[in-house]
Design a protein. Sequence first.
Lengths: 495, 222
Amino acid sequence: MLAAAGVLAAAAVSARPADPPREIRWAGDPEGGAPYVEADPADPGRLVGFDVEIADLIARGLKRTPRFVLITFSSIDQSVARGDAEIGLSGIEDTTARRTTMAPTIPYYEFREVLTVRTADTARYRTLADLAGRRVGTLGGTIAYEILVRAQKDHRIQPVSYDDDVHPFSDLSLGRLDAVLLDNVLAERRRRSMTGLVVQQESIAVGHYVGILDQRNAPLRDAIDDIFRRAMRDGTFERIFRKWNVWNDDQPALYSRLLAGEPVPPVVGMVGAADVATLSRWQATRLYVPGLLTAAVVTIVLSCLSMTLAVGLGVLIASGRVYGTGLLRAALTSYVELMRGTPILLQLFVIYYGLAAAIRLPAFLAALLGLALNYAAYESEIYRGALEAVPVGQLEAARTLGLTERQVLTLVRGPQAFRLALAPMTNDFVALLKDSSLVSVLTVMELTKQTQIFATNLGSWVIPGTLCAALYLAMSLPLAAFARRLEQRWKPQPR
Amino acid sequence: MNDSVVRVRDLRLRRGERTILAGVSFDVVRGGLVALMGPSGSGKTTILRAIAALERFDAGTITIESLTLTGGIPSPALLKQLRRHVGLVFQFHHLFEHLPALKNVTLAPVHAGGMSVADAERRARDLLAALGVEHREHALPRELSGGEAQRVAIARALAVDPPLLMMDEPTASLDPARRSELGELLRGLVKQGRTILVSTHDDEFAREWATQVLRVSGGRVI
């Protein structure tokens, strides 16, 4: 009844024409934390941060009520474009791509891209050139990442992409990275909360935070730009940023230029190739295809190695569950249920970050182990079923002929079980190939992650998504065909 | 009595409330073709399985030559010796589905008997020829007829050269002509000095070919 009444009420409301919207939905990601958006430590149901206050400022200016929409940081552009929110605000960088594909506001904050290093390396790593051959981490799909990709060519730096801005700093502390390149707001926040890190004074580039809207919302963007200009003049922005301890001399200089109508480039100091968004689609595609192919190689190598390990472990687990003692069977059953009953993402996080205090696994090895340990549980169930499907009569026949239990397994049961398991195993390999995209959370640059970066920089998913799908299909279709052939060849024949 | 290959004494087995064997005793004389006769469910197969150490029993003893089985789990050493003395051809043959006929026959001599592959194949071909299925050596079990599969199963059991060959319901799926062929075959094996114990409910076959008939009823040999 209540639901029906709600639907009717909603229909009545929507039927009224030209009713001005009462809300302004703004998208952000609280995972980034303070000073942008975070859950209030005193009241976790409430959000605080300078972007929260800017959203309130916009809502007041528009005479609407702000409503927060939680969107993963890397998906804010796409969500705003598809209409999940009117504006995205979460320390979003001004880029040429966004100026080309979205309707960004005027900048409201100027930041500097700075290097953070371990205290012991303060004198050693001051510039990108000092970091030749070293691993430098940053948030994927950001200006900082783009700078590192260019520095890869110029200085042989190894860029390492993260999905969040916390783990680059913890990995720097652990020695997995030699430096982190991120904006000074994030760097200062981490320097304050972690020991042993130093933020270098030299800035690598200068960028700006903006709000982003869909191009169809350009009139709304213009209204918000007016609100921002008023906030620059009347000191509202200064008050907000002082409150969050991020006010500095760069901001009044930025506001002066904006209020004087001077153009402000999205990024200052990023040298090298032109921004992807300024290239034609064909040029951009040519630029990214080698990276996508390299990432596809990472995907296939990682998948092959993980599957090999998963098969080996799966055989051992299945054998233990079929032949082992009660205690061993119980332990192995618990393992299988644990791995099948918890998300693989959680397992990857635990292996890479959770165990870091005890053992610091390199990202690729952690990804390989995570996938292998998870898939071993599923494989073992296939093998257990296959072992148990071999008729008991054949096993007894083998025993009466004098074969030992080990010989019965290796000469009679195992080979037949392998044939039964091969087709489902091949299907699992195809699934693993796709699940390997999850390891990007451990900074492994595989195909999906590379595609995401390509799409963010290009401002469109059409070409990157098509190329990515084509590469996955090129890897998985032959496997699927192979599985079908095996099924045809070895399916049980009627007597 | 002293020339018995198998001596079964007071063999008893219960499964839950059901008595399967209620004190079975009999001897199998060396060089005989002995038929265990009885209706389905009378315990014939269980007796063969107990002699082959595939079935545990509650009480009694089974002595094969100098080896004695009691109800407990036999030691690996005892099992190893037992396998050299006793061969069993199952009612449904249970050939190894992934191996062609020749490999089915050579598997045990090579891996359990330590014979060279060449010697094992030579012997396997001789056995398959003696049983009239040498032309099927490359066929997989699923490609064999019921009669061919049975002959390959017999060859497989004989390949490890056991003095006692047991067969469970060997005539169950054979027409009369094939039954006679089997009878001739078993008689030939007996002439070579082998002892054969078959379980069957085929009265005609037992009367025509067996040198000794033991009747099983109510879990006893009567």
